[in-house]
Each structure stands twice: as C-alpha cells, then as structure tokens.
Ligand binder design. Structure first.
Ligand SMILES: Nc1ncnc2c1ncn2[C@@H]1O[C@H](COP(=O)(O)OP(=O)(O)O)[C@@H](O)[C@H]1O
Ligand SMILES: [Mg+2]
Length: 368
C-alpha cells in the first residue's frame, strides 16, 4: 500500500507536523478566538485545523464542509450530520433526535464509512427556521461543553440564492457564543476576504485571518523521505526540490507526484530527477479521463484561452500577444472565456497572473 495520500485530509502518520502553526492555532482554540484560515486548495488547511482541533484537550469537534453546497436544505442536512458526529454514544443520538424533533430526524448509516448518522427530510431542511433550529442545537452544546467549530469551504455559502441572509443568521448566533472557537476555512481568497473584511458583510471583523503558508521545505523533505523509506526507496533532495518547484510547493501535489513515483519504482531504487517525467505519465494515465471530460465541457474559445495560458502563461491576457497565442480576435472574447474558466475553478488569479489551478492538468493541456 502506498505511504502517500492526496486529495483528502491527512492525519496521524500521514500528517507532516507543522509545530509553529499548530501551536498558534491551538492558542486561538483555547482562548475562543475566531479565525479565518484562507489559502489555495491542497495547501493543507483542513488537515492542519482538524489535526490541531483533535489534539485540543477536552474539546469535541464540530466539522462541516460546505464545498459545492447547492441549497440551504443541503447545508442544513450537512450540519445535522456533523452534529450527530459530535459524540459517538447511543444517548447522544437519542438526545439529538429529541432536540431536532421539529425537523423529523431519522437515524441512518453514513455511506462513506458505515457510521451511524442523523438525516433530516429535504422538505423540513428547506423550511424557514430549520437553520435557526440547528444552530440552537449547536449553541446549546457549546454552552455545556468545549466544542471547536470548524466550518470548511465557508465561502461556498455565499453562492446560495439567499447566501447573505444565511450568513446573517449564522453571524447572529455565533456572536452570542463568545467562548467557543469558530474556525472558518476557505480556498477562494477574494470571497473569504469579502466575508471577513468588507464592512457591509455580517461577518465583518468576525475572525482573525490566519495564513498557513507553505510547509517548511526541510520538514516536508524529511517527512517524505521517511514515507519512501517504508518501502526502501531513497529520495534525494534534488528530486524533492524539482517536484516542489514544479507544483509551487503545494503539499497535495507533491504527495501526488510522490505517490506516482512510488508506483513506478521498487524497493532499493533511488528516485532521480529523471524519474519525475515518468511519474507524470502515471498521473496522466490516472486522470486523463477527468481531464478530457473537463475539456469537453468547454467551448472551443474557452479551450483556446486555457491552452494559451498553459503555453504562454497567464500574464497580460488582454495584450495583442496573448490574443495571437490564443487565436482570439477580441479582448471581450477573452474576458467571456475567462469568466467561465474561473467559475469552473480551472483558473484563478494571483500575483498579477492567471494560473491553471491544477499543474498536472496544465501540463496535459499544454501537451495536447
Ligand atoms: N501537514 C501535511 N502533511 C502531509 N501532507 C499534507 C499536509 N497538509 C496537506 N498535505 C497534502 O495535501 C493534501 C490536501 O490537504 P488538505 O488539508 O485537504 O488541504 P486544503 O484543505 O488546503 O485543500 C493532502 O491529501 C496531503 O496530500
Ligand atoms: Mg480543505
């Protein structure tokens, strides 16, 4: 079995310790300070926060992920499922069933891990007042015991039809819950800043910003060497540096390449820089169907713009040079294409340039 994990949160031996961040975050949890952890996807926000919250002595964990949530009903359902995981005892389930009786809860099994969970009917979940009822149940718990509340991909709430209203309801409850640490995580920077730094937002100044940055190269290198050593592979520093540079130090992508290197090597091997290209082929073989699917969802114009970013880079995309590279006639067309590419999460803007979010997808597009 591969000693590497990517595309999920990591814990225990799969988690490379980040002692400084863990210490600072643990301090915020203890003092009940609300924090907003903002940073690109796959940089280890969820893993860091969950690992730290799990280690916080005496705290129960309430974790709900709002990624791609489409309606208030779905949001309520996710929150109820998270509430039911606050404690793994029969008495807790019966208590929850009573507290949420208005929402007609039923016991069911979580298909992901077979654990018991509580479901609520979609119609009940969509009813006005159900969110208040769930927040009341949560706050009733935080008044009684120490709970660390983790709200993941929080910015996706803004995309609900009544997102502003939902945020206002949440803020009004959270405001009364001053001793409980609320940790808001978000991968879409501008949306998170709108929520926490715009004076018109209900969450204006509602949390201290917390940046996770990169995992220290020396620490991550040592961590990966130990993982490779489990299967007697040696991993020279220059191979690590080459991978890290290619994927802009993103831990999730570094682990993905490491896993591909692992799959295409055997005990006793040394993983050279020259092996990295081979590992990309492993990744393309695994992912090409997803990549082709993503491409098929786009118009010809959008594909041209995406391809131009992959070959030429995403600086000055309204220049004549870019238009030529993309074979596009007008800047208006580029603008239209970009808007869709950004909405789809394929491209994002940072440090004065547009970038393709996934570096492997970018390379695949470039080679097409
Ligand atoms: N501390 C860490 N140690 C080892 N790998 C990590 C660490 N943090 C992140 N990763 C890698 O990044 C991937 C994504 O982590 P995750 O916490 O889900 O990031 P985010 O929440 O920022 O999207 C993980 O599957 C793992 O491969
Ligand atoms: Mg996450």
């Amino acid at each position: 079995m591969s000693p590497f994990k990517y595309g999920c949160t990591v814990s225990d031996e799969f988690f490379c310790p980040r002692p400084e961040l863990e210490r600072r975050l643990a301090g915020h949890i203890k003092s009940g300070q609300h924090v907003a952890v903002v940073g690109p996807r796959r940089t280890g926000k969820s893993s860091l926060v969950l690992e730290t919250a799990r280690k916080a002595k005496g705290y129960s964990l309430f974790h709900v992920d709002f990624l791609d949530v489409r309606s208030r009903a779905e949001m309520c359902k996710r929150m109820v499922a998270s509430l039911s995981r606050l404690e793994a005892t029969d008495s807790w389930f019966s208590k929850m069933m009573k507290m949420l009786v208005r929402l007609r809860p039923t016991l069911s099994i979580d298909p992901r891990d077979g654990s018991p969970t509580i479901c609520i009917d979609t119609r009940e979940a969509a009813a006005l007042g159900s969110l208040d009822c769930i927040l009341d149940a949560l706050v009733a718990q935080t008044a009684r015991r120490k709970v660390c509340v983790v709200l993941d991909e929080f910015q996706d709430i803004m995309d609900l039809d009544d997102g502003e209203n939902v945020l206002a309801i949440m803020r009004s409850r959270i405001q009364l819950d001053s001793r409980t640490p609320y940790i808001f995580l978000g991968s879409v920077r501008h949306k998170m800043l709108d929520i926490f730094l715009d004076s018109r937002s209900p969450f204006y100044h509602g949390a201290a910003l917390f940046d996770v940055g990169d995992i220290k190269a020396d620490d991550f290198y040592r961590f990966l060497c130990r993982r490779f050593a489990v299967g007697r592979r040696s991993f020279p520093r220059e191979s690590f540096d080459a991978i890290a540079a290619a994927v802009r130090n993103t831990p999730g992508y570094i682990q993905e390449v490491s896993d591909a290197l692992w799959q295409s090597s055997k005990a006793g091997d040394t993983l050279q820089v020259s092996d990295i290209a081979k590992s990309l082929d492993v990744i393309f073989a695994r992912e090409s169907e997803h990549y082709s699917f993503a491409i098929r969802q786009l118009t010809a114009l959008q594909v041209q713009v995406l391809t131009a970013i992959s070959t030429r880079g995403g600086k000055e995309i309204y220049s004549g040079d870019f238009l030529t590279a993309a074979s596009v006639k007008s800047t208006a067309s580029v603008k239209r294409a970009m808007s869709r590419l950004i909405d789809e999460g394929l491209v994002y803007f940072t440090d004065g340039e547009y970038r393709i979010d996934n570096p492997f997808f970018a390379e695949w597009v470039k080679r097409r």
